[in-house]
Design a protein around this ligand. Structure first.
Ligand SMILES: O=P(O)(O)OC[C@H]1O[C@H](O[C@H]2O[C@H](CO)[C@@H](O)[C@H](O)[C@H]2O)[C@H](O)[C@@H](O)[C@@H]1O
Ligand SMILES: [Mg+2]
Length: 271
């Protein structure tokens, strides 16, 4: 069992690494890989309360077309959840921190990619919600997320309890993945980095240069694998050593993406 420390959501306006000009990215060669919460979308009190701006849907659809399908969401959320959020769009996606992989719209993720979380472990973890009101469970089948955004004072207790429960199952190949006001227990066999490597070997992503944007601990593992595909990564809200630059907030990422599309529309080459 592996444990990491929780991340913060501290956002400063002091940008030490400049946001990359949209003109730097060549959409004829790029594969756009985009994290969701804290990157494309602003945080909300609960997972269901996030808002997807209609303009963002239009931008993603345009970029998907402009890159010949080489745009994917790379999320900790389950694919079914992503499809509800972005409906009627169905985008190529990595879901559940790598548990699910859909290289093209309309395809199904192989249900045998990963085993479900051991039910004994899941039951014990679910009991952590008894710590108090505001501690929410999100069951993804292959993993369980325990949210404490509505009860920030209970964050330490939740993390300690999750670590204690997992320590009781040393034989299980699981890891504790910290996030933004959440802690998730997932199989160790996959993560966003392993799934990105897999995706980048499949058409229409293969041969393109990945441009990844992400904000969280789970995203940090992706940055080091990008150079082997000629790609780069950008962080959101904080500097990360292995990132090529930083956006301050999701609204900046959204503006950058719409600028990217505006500069390189489908009918012409780069502006
Ligand atoms: O990898 P991501 O796409 O960034 O997904 C990470 C987790 O995002 C969601 O939780 C986070 O966003 C919620 C809505 O803003 C917020 O209420 C929560 O506190 C955050 O942790 C999602 O619910 C998780 O399943 C994802 O793993
Ligand atoms: Mg995120």
């Amino acid at each position: 069992m592996t444990t990491e420390t929780t991340t913060t959501e501290t956002t400063t306006t002091e940008t030490t690494t400049p946001v990359p000009p949209a003109a730097w990215i060549d959409l004829d060669q790029a594969a756009l890989l985009l994290d969701i919460d804290g990157t494309l979308l602003d945080f909300a009190a609960t997972p269901r309360e996030v808002w997807v701006p209609p303009e963002l849907r239009r931008t993603l659809q345009g970029l998907l077309h402009r890159t010949d399908g080489a745009l994917a969401l790379v999320s900790g959320r389950a694919l079914a959840d992503l499809d509800l959020l972005f409906a009627p769009l169905e985008l190529p996606a990595i879901g559940g921190h790598g548990a699910e992989l859909r290289p093209a719209p309309g395809q199904l993720s192989d249900p045998n990619r990963t085993l479900g979380l051991d039910p004994r472990l899941k039951r014990k973890l679910a009991a952590v919600a008894e710590i108090g009101p505001g501690v929410l469970l999100e069951d993804k089948g292959y993993s369980l997320a325990i949210h404490f955004r509505l009860a920030p004072d209970k964050g330490d207790a939740v993390q300690d309890a999750v670590a204690a429960v997992c320590a009781g199952f040393p034989e299980l190949p699981v890891e504790v993945m910290p996030g933004k006001a959440v802690v998730e227990v997932k199989p160790r066999a996959f993560d966003k980095a392993t799934a990105v490597v897999e995706l980048m070997r499949l058409p229409p992503f293969a041969g393109r240069r990945p441009v990844f944007v992400g904000d969280d601990v789970t995203d940090e593992r992706v940055f080091p694998v990008l150079p082997s595909f000629g790609g780069v990564g950008f962080s959101v809200g904080r500097d990360i050593d292995t990132a090529a630059g930083r956006f301050d907030r999701p609204a900046d990422v959204r503006d950058w993406l719409s600028g990217l599309l505006a500069r390189q529309p489908a009918t012409g080459g780069p502006a």
